[in-house]
Design a protein around this ligand. Structure first.
Ligand code: GTP
Ligand code: MG
Length: 383
């Protein structure tokens, strides 16, 4: 596959050049800022390696007829979807445009549908987009500065997926804790001591901040240690990272039983599905969430979507590796604006105008399936 680089003053101009020189079905592989505007990597569609038809085994006999029927059904559905999409756009263009804005910014379809259904009637496009921004800001659960958990003190354990930024964030929190309470009132605990080098990372931060560092081999040792730290105003506990699917990620209950409040550390630069898994596994029952790696998240919409649906209060945001500078109390308007701006990025993942009818087809099929299920449940007396 040959890839070509295009530099243009802006994305629109760049795209026009890509299409002019590589054809209408050229694929934009990536975009990034360039001193002269924007740089696009693109490839002509014909350049992409696709399997020849004879490499795909042809179904035989009755399965060939079934395959043909499925193909015809697909064709018909796409046609109908195109009509349905066109009709929806004519009937309710603002609702459609609100959903498009949300999808483009990485929000999921459940929230997009729910918000679009609540859009007040009689707005123009600008006011509809303004309404959407306000709704997102109002529903994003953020803890304001006055509710700063660190100032209140207590025992906090940072939990989350591997590499989500727990230890770095803990060091940033510790620095704030020292400012608020003094170094002698803050303690760090490495509760992931069985991992090689885990406590070493914290030792460096503890030395820099002149706070005490304690090591717990496991949760039993942690339960014995915590009462000895009763004189400390703030105790920050670092825990090992696990993949959300790892059964050891269920250890939240053990921490709760020790009177420790959990803070779920979730990286915003992941796919929506990964954020959702982390939110389910680490956010459930947590006192709050810390979103990290916002500096590496071009489309943080998925993270905001998950917070809104799970109603997990956002306590801090992190936008870089620097300790302690890159930690901030969240501002809902700033986050929503960043997410909506992400929706205007030109990427190969953005839906193009011609993709929307297909999308509508999936939606129409879902509605049809739900309706059918409703009818058959009624017939069988199910709920
Ligand atoms: N760009 C960016 N990098 C970050 C941020 N927070 C943490 N990192 C980096 O992410 C990497 C992993 O951070 P850690 O703090 O070690 O993550 P962890 O969750 O403790 O990792 P495990 O203990 O292995 O589960 C390090 O290189 C950090 O510097 C952030 O907000 N932005
Ligand atoms: Mg760590």
């Amino acid at each position: 596959m040959s890839v070509r680089v295009f530099v243009a003053a802006n994305a629109r101009e760049g795209l026009a050049r890509v299409r002019r020189e590589l054809g209408d079905d050229a694929v934009v592989l990536s975009t990034r800022p360039h001193p002269q505007g924007v740089e696009l990597l693109a490839s002509a569609y014909g350049d992409l390696a696709v399997p020849a038809m004879d490499e795909t085994p042809a179904p035989a006999g009755s399965s060939r007829i079934l395959a043909e029927l499925a193909r015809l059904r697909g064709l018909l559905q796409n046609q109908l979807a195109g009509f349905a999409w066109g009709a929806a756009r004519r009937r309710d263009p603002l609702r459609v445009s609100v959903m498009q804005t949300l999808f483009a910014a990485g929000f999921g379809s459940a929230l997009a549908r729910m918000l679009a259904a609540r859009l007040p009637r009689g707005l123009d496009d600008d006011r509809a987009q303004h309404w959407l921004r306000q709704v997102l800001i109002r529903n994003l659960p953020v803890l304001g500065r006055e509710a700063d958990l660190l100032l209140a003190g207590g025992h906090y354990a940072l939990v989350g997926s591997t590499g989500s930024g727990k230890t770095t964030t803990l060091a940033k929190l510790a620095a704030r804790g020292v400012d608020a309470h003094g170094a002698d009132r803050v303690a760090l605990v490495a509760a992931d001591a069985y991992r090689i080098g885990a406590a070493a990372q914290l030792t460096i931060y503890a030395d820099l901040l002149h706070v005490s560092l304690h090591v717990a081999e496991d949760y039993d040792a942690l339960a014995r240690l915590l009462p000895q730290l009763a004189a400390k105003k703030l105790v920050l506990i670092d825990t090992p990272g696990f993949a959300p699917a790892d059964p050891r990620a269920r250890e939240g209950a053990a921490l709760d039983a020790m009177g420790t409040r959990r803070l779920a550390v979730i990286a915003a630069n992941q796919q929506g599905a990964a954020i959702e898994q982390a939110m389910l596994r680490f956010g459930e029952g947590a006192a709050g969430c810390i979103l990290t790696k916002l500096d590496e998240a071009p489309q943080p919409g998925a993270a905001l979507d998950s917070l809104i649906r799970h109603r997990l209060p956002l306590v801090y945001i992190s936008g870089g590796q620097r300790v302690p500078e890159d930690l901030h109390t969240p501002n809902a308007a700033y986050l929503v604006d960043r997410a909506l701006k992400g929706g205007r990025l030109v990427t190969p993942y953005a839906l193009e105008a011609e993709d929307w009818p297909l999308f509508a087809g999936v939606e129409a099929e879902r509605l049809e399936r739900d309706a059918f299920r409703g009818v058959s449940e009624k017939r069988t007396g199910g709920g």
